[in-house]
Write a protein that binds this ligand. Sequence first.
Ligand SMILES: O=P(O)(O)OC[C@@H](O)[C@@H](O)c1c[nH]c2ccccc12
Length: 266
Amino acid sequence: MILSKIIQHKKQELKILQQTLDVCDMARQIKRLPPTRNFQAAIRLPGCVSLIAEIKQASPVKGNLSRNFNHLELAGSYSRHGAAAISILTETEFFGGRLSYLEEVRQACDLPLLRKDFIIDTLQLYQSRLAGADAVLLIAAVLSDHKLRQLLSLAARLNLQALVEVHTPAELERALRAGAAVIGINNRCLQTFVTDLNTTDRLLSLLNRPDITVVSASGISSREHMQFLRRRGVHAALVGEALVTAADTGCKIKELLEGGRRLTDV
Ligand SMILES: O=P(O)(O)OC[C@@H](O)[C@@H](O)c1c[nH]c2ccccc12
């Protein structure tokens, strides 16, 4: 199974990090950083589906997604064309990401940045904050209740917001119980990598909480998909592949944002 392979690899990486990083020193450095940007406020705008545009070089199933991938060019194009926030994959082995992509985009761009990785340890939260993240992804499927609560509470102390990703009703319930404020419904099953937009529909019908900010993620690639999400009241769409593989990124963003706006329904 891909997910368990990824987590196994992450645990190995983490062992090395634990030997090389000093949490006390990191905490001291974090105190001197400027405040983070408000990711949740940026993606929750009335009457439209916001776009969280992802910088993603590869996927475990499809391999490299783009031949002339350039994270800084993508970030520039995303912000020029109206993305509300940027998601940056930092996982290297399976997604071709790098932590340095996050650091470099932070220097070049003012939008809120989400670190997309497989976060399973508090050390990665310190690391995320230092690298310039405003928010981090926490995947309910790979975290125990205890771990999820622990990571949520440290994230809050570090002024990082958390996007808690769920794929099943049980994970949704766990995320809510742990106190998640921003829920990401992943349309892709991380065990099989099959994508189905109806996952968002199914889980939304169980989520009767106007206070929660809802993001739909994966497999979103067209105006029609965005219209579907808009009608269901989703706040934001997280899009990777459709943007990094588009012949013209700006055009694709325009199409998606138009679909997410109320006007296009008539
Ligand atoms: O490229 P897509 O189909 O637009 O999907 C983006 C994003 O949702 C996907 O990259 C993702 C969702 N959850 C994750 C967890 C880890 C790594 C990646 C992901």
